[in-house]
Design a protein around this ligand. Structure first.
Ligand code: ADP
Length: 252
């Protein structure tokens, strides 16, 4: 969060610098089953974010001391490619990606029926190919489609989206400039069917009224994104993409 100085992030007609209304999402495109080797996968474009998610498992957890005899563990690895941001990002894990991996693992574990797969690991890889703020939300939204694509039993999908405060106004789905110069950024993740919140972080300051308004706005957005996730999963079964790409599937 920073100081926007003389730059007006909201213009006189109430529009944002990228032309969006305060409660408008960036365009989102989701495709399921994009990687042949993974058990489940998804590709997602969300504004300037481009994300690949791949799921492997449930498979025997390694190292073995990680195994839980009562349930599966969900191990998510969030990674930003070196070329995903303007300045080259130093490859490999850093404090931020370790933190994001941990919170995304916990959010995903909440919806997976982990007790059905004791001693196993469900491995979720999130690769950010291009970043424009909101990558943890985009990554989580893509990962839950990849989990469903892998056929892993889940209570529901998880949808994630952020809201924030820029130019004194509560806005949905911050892009990079708003993230840098705005006053607050609040990524949340929800289980749409029950409206449970499984992740909520807050960077910056908001009043209780602003927080409540933001939460309501974001919950509505999550329900819309939930529709896009389900469409991606339906398309995966109706397009027959496997048959073109995967000779093994075609011969079944
Ligand atoms: P999120 O992507 O979930 O919003 P942050 O708020 O931490 O997470 O980051 C906001 C944006 O800042 C990222 O989407 C990315 O565009 C940029 N960013 C994050 N880390 C780096 C980095 N190491 N180098 C350059 N840009 C970065």
């Amino acid at each position: 969060m920073g100081d926007s100085g003389d730059l007006k992030l909201i213009d006189d007609s109430g529009k944002r610098l990228d032309g969006r209304k305060l409660d408008e999402l960036r365009p989102i495109k989701i495709e399921a089953n994009v990687l042949r080797r993974a058990d489940g996968s998804a590709y997602l474009e969300w504004g300037g974010n481009k994300i690949l998610a791949a799921v492997y498992g449930p498979r025997e957890a390694h190292p073995r001391h990680l195994q839980d005899p009562t349930k599966a563990i969900v191990q998510c690895r969030y990674n930003m490619a070196a070329f995903s941001v303007m300045d080259r990002k130093r490859p490999g894990p850093d404090r931020r990606s370790v933190e994001i991996s941990k919170i995304l693992s916990e959010a995903l574990a909440y919806v997976v029926f982990t007790e059905q797969f004791p001693r196993t690991s469900i491995d979720v890889f999130i690769e950010v190919l291009q970043a424009d703020a909101g990558t943890r939300c985009s990554g989580l939204t893509a990962a839950s489609v990849a989990l469903a694509d892998a056929g892993i039993p889940m209570k529901d999908l998880i949808v994630s989206c952020a809201f924030g405060k820029v130019g004194g106004k509560v806005v949905l789905d911050l892009y990079k400039e708003e993230d840098n110069l705005g006053e607050a950024d609040v990524p949340i993740a929800v289980v749409p069917r029950t409206e449970e919140i499984v992740l909520l972080q807050m960077d910056g300051h908001l009043t209780v009224e602003e927080l409540n308004h933001g939460l309501t706005m974001t919950m509505d957005a999550c329900k819309y994104i939930y529709g896009l996730q389900r469409d991606a999963l339906k398309n995966r079964y109706s397009t027959g993409m496997d048959n073109e790409e995967n000779p093994k599937e075609a011969s079944k």
